[in-house]
Write a protein that binds this ligand. Structure first.
Ligand code: HEC
Ligand code: HEC
Length: 238
C-alpha cells in the first residue's frame, strides 16, 4: 500500500535552502534577476484582474471558475502568474505550442485579454495536491538540489522553493499541478516537442533530456504535493 501525503515545506528550512548559492552546473540561460514589477515583454499590456474575471468565464468549463479544475485532464491555472499565462496563450495562438483545443480559445483573445485573464487567475490559489510517498525522496532531491552527476539544475532555482515560480521572469508556478499533466509535458519535451525557440522555451527541453522516465515521474509527483499552506489552513490532503 502506498501512502500519499501533502507536503507542507517548513518555511524556516526553505529560507535556509534559498540562501544556498544556486548550483554551479546550471545551464544557460540562468535564472533571471529578482522579479521586476512586470515582465519586460509585457509592453503596454498590464492585466486587469476584474476585467479578466469576466473574460475567464468561458475558461471555467475546463479549468474551473477559479482555475482549479475538477477534471485532471485540464491543468490548474489557479495562482499561476500573469506573465506565464499570457505567454502561453500567445504561444497557443501562434501555434508555437500546439494544442487544438487551446488554439481555438486563445485565438479569440487579444493581447490585452491574455493579460487580463492572467491577472485574474494570479489572484486565485491552487488547491493542494498529493505526492506519492514512494517517490518523494528522489523527487525532492531533484527539485531541491538537482543532480550534479546528470548535469541537472535544481528545479527550485527557477520554480521557487515553494513551487510558486517567478512572476517577473515568467517562470511558472508548479505547486499543486497535477502529476500526470507535469509528467506528460516533461515527456513531450524529451520526445522533441518544443514551445518555440526563444530563451524561455529552450530551458526545459535541455533539462528533461538528461532525466530518465523514473526521475520525471518522481519529480512530477513531488511538485503536485508542494504547496504553501499558511498558518491555520487545512491542507486538503487525501
Ligand atoms: C474545452 C476545454 C478548455 C477550455 C474551455 C479552455 N482550456 Fe485552456 N487548456 C485546455 C487543455 C486540454 C490544456 C492543456 C494543453 C496541453 O496539454 O498543452 C489547456 C492549457 C491551458 C494553458 C496552459 C497551462 C500551463 O500550465 O501551461 C493555459 C494558460 C490555458 N489553458 C488558458 C485558458 C484560458 C485563459 C481559457 C479561456 C479563455 C481556456 N484555457 C479555456 C483545455 C481548455
Ligand atoms: C533555468 C530555469 C529553470 C529550471 C532550472 C527548471 N525550469 Fe521548468 N520551466 C522554466 C521555464 C522558463 C518554463 C516555461 C517555458 C516557456 O514558457 O516556454 C518552465 C516550465 C516548466 C513546466 C511546464 C509548466 C506548465 O504549467 O505547463 C514544468 C512541468 C517544469 N518546468 C518542470 C521543471 C522541473 C521538474 C524542473 C527540475 C527538474 C525544472 N522545471 C527546472 C524554467 C526552469
Amino acid at each position: 500500500m502506498s501512502f500519499r501525503r501533502a507536503l507542507v515545506p517548513s518555511l524556516l528550512a526553505l529560507t535556509a535552502l534559498a540562501a544556498v548559492p544556486a548550483l554551479a552546473q546550471e545551464p544557460a540561460p540562468t535564472p533571471a534577476e529578482p522579479a521586476a514589477a512586470a515582465p519586460a515583454s509585457a509592453g503596454p499590456h498590464f492585466g486587469d484582474a476584474k476585467a479578466g474575471e469576466a473574460k475567464a468565464a468561458v475558461c471555467g468549463a475546463c479549468h474551473g471558475m477559479d482555475g482549479n479544475p475538477a477534471d485532471k485532464q485540464y491543468p490548474k491555472l489557479a495562482g499561476q502568474n500573469e506573465a506565464y499565462i499570457a505567454r502561453q496563450l500567445e504561444l497557443f495562438k501562434t501555434q508555437k505550442r500546439q494544442n487544438p483545443i487551446m488554439l481555438g480559445f486563445a485565438s479569440a483573445l487579444s493581447a490585452q485579454d491574455m493579460h487580463d485573464v492572467g491577472a485574474f487567475f494570479a489572484t486565485t490559489s491552487a488547491l493542494p495536491g498529493v505526492a506519492d510517498d514512494a517517490l518523494v525522496a528522489r523527487g525532492q532531491a531533484l527539485y531541491r538540489g538537482g543532480d550534479a552527476q546528470l548535469g541537472v539544475p535544481a528545479c527550485m532555482a527557477c520554480h521557487g522553493p515553494d513551487g510558486r515560480g517567478m512572476a517577473g521572469a515568467g517562470f511558472p508556478q508548479l505547486a499543486g499541478q497535477w502529476t500526470d499533466y507535469v509528467a506528460t509535458k516533461m515527456k513531450d519535451w524529451k520526445a522533441g516537442t518544443s514551445w518555440g525557440d526563444d530563451a524561455n522555451a529552450k530551458i526545459m527541453p535541455a533539462i528533461v533530456a538528461k532525466l530518465s522516465e523514473a526521475d520525471i515521474n518522481a519529480v512530477a509527483s513531488y511538485v503536485e504535493g508542494l504547496h504553501t499552506a499558511g498558518a491555520g489552513t487545512t491542507a486538503a490532503a487525501k
